[in-house]
Design a protein around this ligand. Structure first.
Ligand code: PMP
Length: 306
């Protein structure tokens, strides 16, 4: 992956992909204190390639950095421009973007000061995060034996690098057991989120999602809530137990990489009919139409790269 053609934006300039390197003493590599984003650009008929909710992602990146007390050497406009640039310069009609801020090799140890924040933005073609069939068929999910972060152990509002150890342990365990994704519970046993997605369920026509405590404040989550509001669907944020999920009518995950993915089974129990439910299908359709500029509502969600 590191030997590909193309360019990566690093600390203000474009470098050949192969040369976008850091030293082995890079602080973030040792202790995991860094912040990042996952962003997508889609091809649209009328406006060419557009980045979906670019400003919202950049804002969350800066909020994550603030929470972790990382000094940012660039402003938000510069990072927005860097993201447009990498998609454009790599000639990508659609792309997954990865901005990341990390501490450099200016010092070592937990007490190191004078550490500089470095910023990189890469973009590549990543059509489907899960099995391409997953979006129609739905996925099998397993409740994780790993608890999601406690709000006073990890800063859950930050999309921080080190937080993903927990996600990867949960995901690997789920895949090992024959499922496609994990459902993580919080330290009190309530549903938190997937390894890299927010969770929604439908019961009697009402859409439920966990409150923003131990889950990430997902940008796709916010989009789906806005789309549901547009349809007049009642949306409620509440604590959800795993057995409520077993007997709900529909369930799905949302995330920039995963997009909107139906859940057809949790812990061996079929969800609803065991296939994508009608409200899930409707919201998923609206989501894909939004990101590809096929709806007239909310043109501000898209930013042209050219
Ligand atoms: N939760 C976690 C743990 C994630 O990594 C992600 C992906 N960023 C999400 C939820 C979904 O967030 P978003 O919709 O902003 O991509």
């Amino acid at each position: 992956f590191s030997e590909r053609e193309g360019v990566i934006w690093l600390d203000g300039e474009l470098r050949p992909w192969k040369d976008a390197k850091v030293h082995v003493l890079t602080h973030t590599l040792h202790y995991g204190l860094g912040v990042f984003e996952g962003v997508r650009a889609y091809h649209t008929q009328e406006r060419g390639t557009c980045i979906f909710k670019l400003k919202e992602h950049t804002k969350r990146l800066f909020n994550s950095a603030k929470i972790l007390m990382m000094d940012m050497p660039f402003d938000q406009d510069a990072i927005n421009e860097a993201q447009r640039l990498v998609v454009r310069e790599n000639g990508l009609p659609e792309a997954y973007l990865r901005p990341m801020c990390f501490l450099g090799s200016e010092g070592m140890g937990l007490r190191a000061d004078k550490l500089a924040t470095h910023v990189m933005v890469a973009a590549w073609d990543w059509p489907s995060y899960m099995d391409p069939e997953a979006r129609n068929r739905g996925i099998k999910v397993r409740t994780s034996s790993y608890t999601r972060h406690h709000v006073n152990i990890a800063m859950c509002k930050a999309k921080a690098n080190g937080q993903y150890i927990n996600s990867m342990l949960a995901l690997r365990e789920a895949i090992e057991s024959g499922a496609e994704e994990a459902l993580l519970l919080d330290n009190e046993g309530y549903v938190a989120e997937g390894s890299g997605e927010n969770f929604f369920m439908v019961k009697n026509g009402v859409l439920y999602t966990p409150e923003l405590t131990s889950c990430l404040d997902g940008i796709t989550r916010a989009t789906v809530i806005e789309l549901a509001n547009e349809l007049g669907i009642t949306v409620r944020e509440k604590r959800i137990t795993r057995d409520e999920v077993y007997i709900c009518d529909e369930a799905f995950f949302t995330g920039t990489a995963a997009e909107v993915v139906p859940i057809r089974e949790l812990d061996g129990r079929a969800i609803g009919e065991g296939s994508r439910g009608p409200i899930t299908e409707q919201l998923q359709g609206m989501y894909f139409d939004s990101v590809r500029g096929k709806r007239s509502q909310n043109p501000q969600w898209l930013t042209e790269v050219v």
